[in-house]
Design a protein around this ligand. Structure first.
Ligand code: AMP
Ligand code: MG
Length: 415
């Protein structure tokens, strides 16, 4: 079946992503690092539990460990014969008719098969002896965390390719590992092109604008935990661009440029890329961000983003980022979209998938979304005010107020 994208010779986003993914290779070099350095690094092997967690059955409550016999008969009173604390086990046996005081986390002693909460007993002092009286009928195994209940020896605890978050780091520590094997970080070179661009911090001559894309791109890459090589600002001159590309490609796994990628008179990126390496230039069926170049420069991969600031960030986030994550060895969990009501009407032309910037709001339990005002590809405030994309499919037309639309919440790379 012919899709609406074919009519306009635009490449569907999924096809662009699939083509790039088959072309790139992922890093293979592995390094062993300390756990305190492991946040946001990509795990290089399946992490296998070498023992059970918990290693021993232990108490989930402060109370009394007792031996509940088969008949579950409730003895009148149980003699207190000792105590167990976390780190201080009771070394003897709890036989029928006896009990020990036990604290949360303490190992369950031999003979005990139930922990009774302290709130459910009365303590009776009889000379130098103490007894407890149960107020309720306990159940076998009550309040006991079983050995291996959390993790069984041999389990894959974290799969290869996971980008490690704080919870993963704690899990690895709980398995006794002080170091972890991760893939080496990607090296990514970033450059802006355009004669009109001035670095922030300098005076702005008339007709110029500040180079903002290089900063937003580098900031997003910092979230990806890569090594960034800032190549700087390159004028619209083929020779300078050529030298900058060669230099960047020699140092980096990927080169990201912004600007000069459409078909204007000063747009040299794709010509120079075609001359130096392999090029796939696409008009991708995405709005904002139609012109996008992908290719190879020696051993390095190249992503040519458009110059308009919103387009640059949408194409970086939706087209380049998934490929960079794949190159980093990362397994990418499917993104979660959901459907909510649009509060007001949204204009949309058939032919491209639109990533409008939206604000998702919860009003008394009802979710709804609104666009964040003017959606022009140069209007960065529409992006920074947003917390989600409103994804309007290629074939879809305008949306009426109260129609359902698909929402893609911002992930941690841009939020
Ligand atoms: P281009 O893709 O080079 O035709 O640029 C499209 C628009 O984006 C023009 O208005 C440029 O001035 C602007 N632009 C290009 N590069 C940048 C940048 N690095 N930062 C901010 N705006 C830019
Ligand atoms: Mg330009």
């Amino acid at each position: 079946m012919k899709s609406c994208c074919d009519e306009h010779h635009l490449l569907p986003i999924e096809d662009a992503l699939a083509q790039m993914k088959t072309r790139v290779s992922s890093v293979t070099h592995i390094e062993r690092i300390g756990l305190t350095q492991a946040l946001d690094r990509v795990l290089a092997h399946d992490l296998i539990a070498q023992f059970n967690v918990p290693a021993q059955a232990n108490s989930a409550m402060d109370g009394y460990a007792i031996h509940l016999d088969d008949t579950h008969a409730l003895p009148k009173s149980l003699r207190l014969i000792g105590s167990a604390l976390a780190g201080h086990p009771f070394d003897s046996e709890v036989v029928p008719g006896t009990c020990i005081r036990i604290m949360t986390g303490a190992p369950i002693p031999a003979g005990a098969n139930c922990v009774v909460m302290q709130e459910n007993v009365d303590v009776i002092n009889a000379g130098d002896r103490q007894f407890i009286k149960l107020n309720q009928h306990p159940r076998p195994l009550e309040n006991i965390r079983q050995r291996g209940e959390d993790i069984a020896e041999g389990d894959v605890v974290i799969a290869k390719g996971k980008r490690l978050n704080p919870l993963d780091i704690g899990l690895i520590a709980s398995l006794g590992m002080a170091e972890v094997d991760v893939f080496r970080r990607l090296r990514i070179a970033v450059l802006s092109t355009g004669d009109e661009l001035i670095p922030p911090g300098e005076a702005l001559p008339s007709g110029s604008i500040y180079d903002s894309n290089r900063y937003s791109i580098i900031a997003l890459l910092q979230r990806l935990h890569v090594e960034v090589i800032d190549v700087g600002l390159i004028p619209d001159q083929p020779d300078t661009l050529r030298n900058a590309f060669i230099d960047a490609a020699e140092q980096a796994d990927a080169v990201i440029s912004t600007g000069g990628v459409s078909v204007g008179d000063a747009d040299y990126v794709k010509d120079v890329l075609g001359e130096l390496g392999q090029i796939n230039f696409w008009k991708v069926a995405i709005k904002p961000g139609k012109p996008f170049a992908f290719g190879q420069l020696g051993q390095s991969y190249f992503f040519g983003l458009p110059g308009n600031p919103v387009s640059a960030m949408v194409t970086l986030h939706q087209l380049a980022l998934p490929i960079l994550r794949h190159m980093a060895g990362e397994y990418i969990p499917p993104s979660i979209t959901f459907t909510v009501k649009a509060e007001s009407a949204i204009k949309k032309r058939i032919g491209r998938t639109e990533y409008q910037r939206g604000r998702l709001t919860n009003s008394e339990g009802n979710l709804y979304v609104n666009t964040t005002g003017a959606q022009g590809s140069g209007v960065m405030t529409s992006f920074s005010d947003a917390n989600c994309y409103i994804v309007l499919e290629c074939e879809q037309g305008s949306v009426d107020a109260h129609d359902l639309v698909n929402i893609l919440p911002f992930d941690r790379f841009i939020q």
